[in-house]
Design a binder for this molecule. Structure first.
Ligand SMILES: *Cc1c(COP(=O)(O)O)cnc(C)c1O
Length: 394
């Protein structure tokens, strides 16, 4: 097959230039490899671009979400409403504090939290007793927990329905933690992702819209929470603490200066990076709109700007997704099933007694979703090759 001569298509690619390389070199020529000016500049870029009051750089998106969980006062036995259609980190940060993820299913179009179910769950959990019981996991829960927060995920870059979610948070008097790790640059009704709850978190792993290698950013307008999270990031040192005095139980969640320097340059290029990704998504959308057996992503009118993190298609129910995936991989087109439902991960089944069938929409989308190669560096020819290969495989 002459396919073999074609260059390999990458699943994702960071988009780095000479400017990022120079920025790293400049840092290593100084004495400041941590807690220096680059982190401050990277944080300032977030505050300036999106009008966030506080931006706190951390060394991963997971670390950022964990600090939000602490800031929201979520502790052992507390309930947090979230979804099992996500990357594992959004639930794990609850388990770090021995809180209980109360899963609700998702909207079948977007994969985002089903807000009607979230509202019903919030009401029942606050009522307690048998009403609460129907939302709780089969085991691993003491019962009598307190509902503290909702943690929605902006799936694949598309913001959840925050008008509905804010109403639930207000009615219930609970916090709203936005996992916007996939949504840097998206807007919901012209408001930026990350600013749609009490706290938002971005992530900068190499496949994200911008990268720092590893890294994350918390954004919030809450002064008290920001001060607390800054302390926890830095081993629990409160503003008046000395190097060896620790007011709180904290962590080393600091971002280093080399990573921050890359991030600061990436932020100056953000609009171009997002436009390049949008162009690639547009090519895919046009090319796949009328391919039988393939469903392209649904973008809602409320998503006034879509920042594309991944390009995930859904195959029709009759199609053997894993067979198609294997054929594509064989022909040099890497693809990934996306997402694997969190409630069916081995440790989650073990701990909470989750079972197949518990969240049918999550499981359906999980079984039919296929992430195609995607980055802002892809060419139209590469997109064509992926689509051609996909059609042949089908
Ligand atoms: C990427 C991502 C995170 C954070 O990942 P890190 O690897 O810790 O930076 C969290 N939630 C979602 C939904 C993500 O996609």
């Amino acid at each position: 097959m002459n396919d073999k001569k074609l260059p390999r298509i990458n699943m994702s690619s960071p988009d780095l230039t000479e400017a990022e390389r120079q920025a790293v070199i400049s840092v290593v020529e100084t004495r400041y490899l941590s807690m220096g000016p680059q982190v401050r500049a990277f944080e300032a870029a977030f505050r300036d671009l999106f009008d966030f009051k506080h931006a706190i750089a951390v060394n991963s998106g997971t670390a950022g979400l964990h600090l939000c969980v602490r800031a929201a006062g979520i502790g052992a036995g507390d309930y947090v409403i979230t979804t099992p259609f996500s990357f594992i980190a959004s639930s794990n940060v609850l388990l770090y504090e021995n809180a209980v993820p109360v899963f609700v299913d998702i909207d079948p179009e977007t994969g985002n939290i089903d807000t009607r179910m979230a509202a019903a769950a919030a009401k029942d959990l606050q009522t307690g007793g048998a009403a609460a019981q129907r939302w709780l996991p089969r085991r691993g829960v003491a019962g009598g927990g307190v509902l503290k927060a909702i943690l929605p995920v902006d799936v694949f870059g598309q913001p959840a329905d925050y008008a509905a979610l804010q109403a639930i948070a207000d009615t219930s008097g609970i916090k709203l933690i936005e996992d916007s790790c996939e949504a840097l640059g998206s807007t919901y009704k012209n408001r930026p992702a990350g600013a749609l709850g009490d706290y938002g978190v971005f992530a900068f792993y190499p496949n994200k819209q911008i990268t720092t290698g590893e890294g994350g950013m918390i954004v919030t307008n809450d002064d008290q929470a920001a001060e607390f999270m800054l302390a926890l990031r830095n081993q629990g040192r409160a503003p008046d603490d000395t190097w060896l005095r620790h007011t709180y139980l904290g962590y080393n969640y600091r971002l280093d200066e080399m990573s921050a320097a890359i991030g600061a340059v990436q932020m100056t290029r953000l609009d171009d990076l997002l436009k390049a990704r949008e162009q690639v998504a547009d090519w895919y959308n046009q090319r796949l709109a009328n391919v039988a057996g393939v469903e392209i992503p649904h973008i809602l009118p409320e998503t006034t700007r879509m920042s594309w993190f991944v390009y995930v298609i859904r195959l029709d129910s009759g199609v053997q997704r894993d067979t198609i995936a294997a054929r594509l991989t064989e022909r040099g087109v890497p693809v990934r099933p996306y997402f694997a439902p969190i409630h069916l991960q081995p440790f989650m089944m073990e701990r909470f007694g989750c079972q197949p069938g518990d969240f049918p929409v999550t499981e359906d989308l999980g079984a039919r979703g296929l992430a195609l190669p995607f980055s802002g560096k892809m060419t139209e020819d590469e997109v064509e090759r992926v689509c051609q290969t996909l059609q042949e495989a089908l």
